[in-house]
Design a protein around this ligand. Structure first.
Ligand code: ASP
Length: 353
């Protein structure tokens, strides 16, 4: 890791945009449970003197309407977030997206693919405890995310939470109640934050060379199946229709599935014949799929499934949406699913997207 200190004077000349989409960070407690509350959140932000300090960048904030609990985020909101960034891309040095933690890793993954040619920091953050509460983690997460967004060090979509800056499409929500809620088990943190922000320069993506554009996503029908002992594969036969474009199969260990008597192979073959792209990921957060290592993963390989290597399910889902939305044919999608487009997997193959 290399420690790179921030030049505070130059940071104050930088301009960032904060996009507030909802999430616990701006919620208040109601009789129906926590809900986003815009006025309270803005009032509390006005009371944080650090946000207008000389050491901070200049910033503007835009609220997404309506504010959401991130469990309700869909492809529609990803397009809105992408559009809001794209429309202001040239006006700002970096972007912070305030987001609920539940689906933050999905949104970070989606944005990493959608923002083609992006070379600016886009930092997602939020909090486990609302800003209005006494022990909130919101203040540090917000301030650090703003500093990262203002610096010209990171050229990719990332996620800052609880002292760690992670690659967005490598992150997963790891703790439902801890303040260090995210991990990227198969990729080192892009930076660790203590007294200084220590960037791991070797882990950062180099700035993109192409021009910036937004790829909007379509709400492509895709699915995720998690296998378990005793799974009755014939129950899934009904969903294996031509309208299912892609499926992520979360397997045991390095890509293994139960043999399922004679039920499984015909279903996989049917999916393949229907044109469904099947991606194999592992239920283990750490490590990689290696299809064909065991007999129990051989069937998947034979039937035309592709390896997702060490990709997260969050990134696999987002990548399927992205590749189908680009209108690529099935073979082109399959080959890209096995390649790293934005550093989302450790496959040896890298492809330009
Ligand atoms: N349910 C909340 C959300 O994802 C949780 C959080 O933000 O921590 O919006």
């Amino acid at each position: 890791m290399s420690t790179q200190k921030t030049n505070k004077e130059s940071l104050h000349r930088r301009r960032i945009m904060i996009l507030y989409t909802g999430g616990t960070i701006g919620m208040i407690r109601t009789e129906q449970g926590y809900m986003p509350q815009k006025e309270t959140f803005h009032r509390l932000l006005d009371q944080i003197p650090e946000l207008t300090s000389e050491a901070m960048p200049q910033w503007d904030m835009i609220d997404m309407e309506p504010l959401l609990d991130s469990s309700n985020i869909t492809v529609y909101e990803w397009n809105r977030i992408g559009q809001m960034i794209a429309a202001r891309y040239d006006q700002y040095d970096g972007f912070v997206v305030l987001h609920g933690t539940d689906t933050m890793a999905y949104t970070a993954s989606a944005l990493s693919f959608m923002l083609r040619g992006n070379r600016k920091p886009v930092v997602l953050t939020g909090s486990q405890i609302p800003l209005c509460e006494i022990r909130s983690d919101a203040r540090d997460n917000l301030i650090t995310a703003m500093l990262v967004a203002a610096e010209d060090k990171v050229h990719e979509v990332c996620l800052y939470f609880g002292g760690k800056l992670l690659r967005g499409n490598r992150a997963m929500k790891y703790s439902a109640d801890g303040l260090i809620a995210f991990e990227s088990p198969n990729y080192p943190p892009l930076a660790e934050v203590g007294i200084d922000i220590r960037y791991n320069t070797a882990a950062l993506l180099p700035p993109c060379e192409g021009s910036f554009s937004l790829q909007r996503l379509e709400n492509v029908p895709i699915g995720v199946i998690k296998v378990f002992p005793g799974i009755q594969f014939d129950l899934f036969d009904a969903i294996m229709t031509e309208s299912l474009k892609g499926i992520v199969v979360e397997t045991f260990g390095t890509g293994n599935i139960p043999e399922g008597g004679d039920k499984l192979l015909p279903i996989i073959r049917k999916a393949s014949a229907n044109g469904t792209v099947m991606i194999v990921t592992s239920q283990c957060p750490h490590g990689t799929v290696s299809l064909g290592t065991y007999e129990t993963s051989y069937a998947l390989k034979q039937a035309g499934a592709v390896s997702g290597y060490d990709i997260t399910t969050e990134a696999a889902v987002a990548k399927l949406y992205y590749l189908f939305s680009r209108g690529l044919d099935r073979e082109a999608i399959k080959s890209r699913m096995e390649c790293s487009l934005r550093g989302e997997m450790s496959s040896e193959n890298a492809k330009d997207s």
